[in-house]
Ligand binder design. Structure first.
Ligand code: MN
Length: 443
């Protein structure tokens, strides 16, 4: 893929809100999601964010102003999930993006302009839903900084498992408990072995954490038994979102050996509602590089294109807003700021590794990148790292509080955006969730 007129940083929309400097959804972004008007009994359908509005793609498809693959794309988006659109592949995705760019551009005129104006729904009046029916959810573990920081908590003498530098490792997660941003959850119950205790106990999680991640939605799948080569992997990625892999560390660390995370991860995973396409992310490609002394990937995880442009420079931050912050009218304190470019493995390598043994991915499957932590302490994407396993309090200067792990009432907000000279800034919106108290009993 190369840059094209939809990436032109000088392009403006006739919708003024899309041209504001801090707007996540300028005309160069055009992310896809699923929505309906809040409180209505309308059918859910696909939409594209522009400024402070949503282009209702079901309405646009009915108006028949699009033709060819763009029209087929809009028709696929008229459904309650984007799975069929995700399955339709890069040619259709790009055709619809380019058609919408033309209709939303400040130079648009005629019947198409009138039609798209009539299809706008204010974002403030809309309820966002999961963008896809997620058949399977896999969570990777691709930040070497996160792996070392957590490894030091679990195995101080041997923090990094020997496989980490050779393959993007992952566990198969639970699709049923993936929720869209704004869905709150109760602190989970589970079994843990408290420090020094002679036997495990059942109780509410005492070490609740967040994980700053990105998610990818699979586009066209692959037949079972037919791996996706690295050179083709990105044609199978529809786009990316923000993802919070909420984690019950006390439950996780007791249960995870030898088969990996189980209940410590399967009670709730939050995703942002807007999916930013790989085409929109194109200006923010950066080389995939290994630091001196790190091994180069095996041949099946290495291509010239992956080396030249396999990584993505996505700026990310985590904000914690406690109940006390809300009482004081404060937005919260920032816990972390980092970039996706520090990951040890690229998104294409994750897709290729997932299928090398013949596993079939399907449209709408969700792949998490694993916690995104950079090399410094303020770039740590989980509180277990920021608090060094709970041994050091993390200060919340705005409210005067401190945390080792999350407390009831805490809201965690993930944000992501891309910005560089010569390109229009685009954003992911946000992924938020609030910890509600544990239910009175586990059963
Ligand atoms: Mn995770």
């Amino acid at each position: 893929m190369s840059l094209n007129p939809t990436h032109d940083p000088a392009a403006r929309s006739w919708l003024a809100a899309a041209n504001e400097a801090a707007c996540d959804f300028p005309i160069q972004n055009l992310p896809f999601g699923v929505f309906r008007r809040t409180g209505s009994s309308e059918a859910a359908r696909g939409g594209v964010a522009i400024g402070d509005a949503i282009v209702d793609l079901a309405a646009l498809a009915r108006d028949a102003v699009l033709t060819g693959p763009a029209a087929r794309g809009a028709e696929a988006c008229a459904q309650a999930t984007l799975n069929d659109f995700m399955a339709s592949g890069p040619e259709v995705w790009s055709a619809l993006r380019h058609a919408l760019f033309g209709l939303l551009h400040q130079g648009a005129e005629g019947a198409g302009l009138q039609a798209v104006r009539a299809c706008l729904v204010p974002q403030a009046a809309a309820e966002m839903l999961l963008p896809a029916r997620i058949g399977d959810y896999t969570d990777f573990y691709t930040s070497i900084h996160h792996a070392l920081n957590v490894g030091r908590v679990i195995r101080p003498d041997d923090p990094l498992t020997p496989n980490f530098r050779w393959l993007p490792i992952a566990y198969h997660g639970r699709a049923s408990s993936v929720v869209v941003s704004g869905s709150d959850f109760h602190r989970p119950w589970g079994q843990a072995l408290p420090p020094g205790a002679p036997a495990p106990v059942l109780g509410p999680c005492a070490r609740l954490d967040f994980e700053l991640e990105m998610g990818m939605y699979v586009g066209p799948g692959n037949p079972r038994g037919r791996p996706i080569p690295l050179a083709e992997a990105e044609q199978h990625i529809f786009g990316m979102c923000l993802l919070n892999d909420w984690s019950a560390r006390d439950h996780q660390f007791w249960e995870m050996n030898p088969l990996g995370p189980f209940l410590g991860k399967n009670f709730c995973t939050s995703v942002s509602p807007w999916v930013v396409t790989m085409e929109a992310l194109e200006p923010f490609r950066v080389p995939f590089e290994r630091a001196a002394g790190e091994p180069q990937p095996l041949a099946y995880l290495d291509t010239p294109a992956n080396r030249a442009r396999g990584s993505l420079d996505v700026q990310l931050e985590v904000v914690l807003q406690s109940a006390r912050h809300r009482e004081l009218g404060l937005a919260g304190d920032r816990l972390c700021a980092t970039s996706f470019r520090h990951q040890y493995w690229s998104v294409a390598q994750m897709v290729s590794q997932h299928t090398v043994g013949g596993c079939n991915l399907q449209p709408g499957d969700l792949l998490g990148t694993g916690t995104i932590s950079g090399p410094t302490h303020t770039q740590c994407g989980a509180i277990v790292e920021l608090s060094k396993g709970g041994t050091q309090k993390v200060a919340l200067p705005g409210s005067g509080e401190e945390r080792s792990f999350l407390l009831d009432g805490d809201t965690v907000i993930l944000r992501g955006w891309c910005d560089r000279p010569g390109a229009a800034r685009i954003g992911f919106g946000q992924c938020r969730g609030t910890v509600l108290p544990a239910l009175a009993s586990a059963a």
